[in-house]
Design a binder for this molecule. Structure first.
Ligand SMILES: [Fe+2]
Length: 264
């Protein structure tokens, strides 16, 4: 991938996203959230690319994937005013459709274009499909990790703002802010399983699902980042301080620390 192609894609992204801002402040706040998320995920992709000692060309691909992975989010929010895929469309497939419709990847090498498209298409799946080529698998794994690092950051940051003033909160809250957690979600996390979006009932369930993402983290440098920034502790602090949640916390932190230790 040449610098010229990278610059062109960056300019295209800026231009594309700028078209979604309007006089609707609620839409703007949510579009901004995903715009900034996309930019930060580029940075997380570069962090991982460095940690994994990838080549300069692989770093360029990583960067582009970070930028484009959520390209479906903007049209999704404009059309449906929600980021909930279950209530609207699958934003990953919509993203792929946009990449094809706009032909923005048209001048990339076909093999590289396919890597980018697959990474966008698969980034939100509960689990990656089998049978992927080495390079497709590498980048699909990277974007899933980089995305999680930034979602943890966003959740921790906005949780505070929401608690301070829920009525003035301008971002979408997808689930009921009720004090309880669904027992099946707690069971899943205690038994080391990934949790499907469709099983979530409350905001606390969502927080539990996010804690459970650690089981799906592909690279140790990702876990290191998550642990260093205390994202897990922050999420746990938002949950009710019950015996069960304490068990969840122990299970998750022990799991992460044992993986980090293995790497040392
Ligand atoms: Fe996404």
């Amino acid at each position: 991938m040449h610098q010229q192609q990278i610059d062109k894609l960056k300019a295209w992204f800026d231009d594309y996203v700028a078209g979604f801002y309007s006089d609707d402040q609620y839409v703007n706040a949510n579009i901004k959230l995903k715009e900034m998320h996309s930019r930060r995920v580029c940075g997380e992709m570069l962090y991982l690319a460095d940690a994994l000692a990838l080549s300069d060309n692989q770093k360029a691909i990583a960067r582009v994937i970070g930028q484009l992975h959520d390209i479906g989010r903007f049209e999704q929010f404009k059309r449906y005013r929600t980021y909930s895929d279950t209530k609207s469309v699958n934003h990953c497939l919509l993203g792929l459709e946009i990449l094809r419709r706009t032909n923005v990847l048209g001048d990339l090498d076909p093999a590289e274009r396919q890597i980018v498209e697959k990474a966008v298409e698969y980034h939100g799946l509960k689990e990656l499909p089998g049978g992927l080529t080495d390079q497709t698998l590498l980048f699909a794994r990277m974007i899933r990790d980089a995305d999680k690092i930034d979602v943890f950051r966003v959740v921790a940051k906005y949780q505070k703002l929401y608690e301070q003033n829920p009525d003035k909160f301008m971002l979408e809250v997808e689930l009921a802010d009720e004090p309880h957690c669904s027992p099946e979600v707690i069971d899943a996390i205690l038994s080391g399983q990934l949790i499907d979006y469709s099983r979530l009932r409350t905001l606390n369930d969502m927080r539990l699902m996010q804690l459970g993402w650690v089981y799906d983290v592909n690279f140790t440098p990702t876990l290191k980042r998550i642990r260093q920034r205390k994202f897990l502790d922050k999420l746990l602090d938002c949950l009710p301080q019950t015996q069960e949640i304490r068990r969840v916390g122990e299970k998750i932190l022990t799991y992460v620390d044992s993986r980090l230790k293995k790497q040392e």
